[in-house]
Design a protein around this ligand. Sequence first.
Ligand SMILES: [Zn+2]
Length: 356
Amino acid sequence: MNDHQQNKPGEPTDRYGIGAAGMPLNTLADYRPIPADSYGALFLPDRLAKGYHVEEINDGVHYVTSGAYDAMFVVTGSGVVVVDAPPLLGTNMLKAIKEVTDAPVTHLIYSHWHSDHIGAAGIFGPDVKVISHEYTRDMIQRWPDLGGGRGLPVPTETFSTNETLDVGGVKLQLDYKGVNHTPGNIFIYAPKQKVLAAIDIISPGWSAFKHCDASENIRGWAEAHDWILDYDFKAVVSGHVNRWGTREDAVASRAYTNDIVEFAKEAFDQAEDMEFIQRNGFSNAWVLWENYFNEMTNYVTKKTLEKVTDNGQNWAERLAGADVMTKYHAYSILEALRLEYGMVTGFEKRIIPQES
Ligand SMILES: [Zn+2]
């Protein structure tokens, strides 16, 4: 790891004077430059001028992006079906829809309960039919302040596994395949247009955001990469990074995630190094675990970033921001191996007698 990883007392990276208690602060120059084609719509002239970018992916299915958020809407023969309403898109979503059609919004689908993807839902008014998984409704009823006080509409229609919407001659298939990024995170699929919305799982062309996209269940999130590829799609709207993804993007995200899982398993099996115990002893259990996990995290991060993939590039070269975020995915997946995959670390095997 580079020298910037540690906050040195008195250095600008330690402005709060908390030393080893703090998180690392690095600079742009510490990381790889972002390839121009990874920016998607971020710097397109229309997005810079209007604050948002909208485009028709296929036959009425539209992609819309502003801020750091992406969403979808579908123009049908009898109104508009919207998928998600991120606060950072906000009223830009209304402008984008107006730019394409004068038809009213009749249906709103929530992908999942996270407020950063649905918190602006109130902008569509009280007459819109709101559809979600039943877990999403439960969370909105439990915490009415979701949506930042803008009034988040409670879903009027919920389901537990599948539902097909038929609006104005357009079919949308809503599927819940089990806990993943959150409980209740659903896939929204337009079979005729071959467009899928699968939110907060892959980040096309990029490494996912911190800790496996801040997922509530890491194993389910990793598995969801397979579920995405089970669909016959040409485009996947994934919620972030200002662009929609292709099949090729989803295949790359899955391979990257699977590599982290495999290297994490390897770290679990191999990490029996007692050197850090000799260095730190057992007197502060949290220092012991901090260093143990950080050593395993660094092992997984190095292996992953340096892995040469099927196109000849390593992951650090192939996915934008992989050198920034891989360590967080590695850490989350290492924790998940213990909690969600039922594995025991080599270190635990050494210090805790195992039954033979
Ligand atoms: Zn989310």
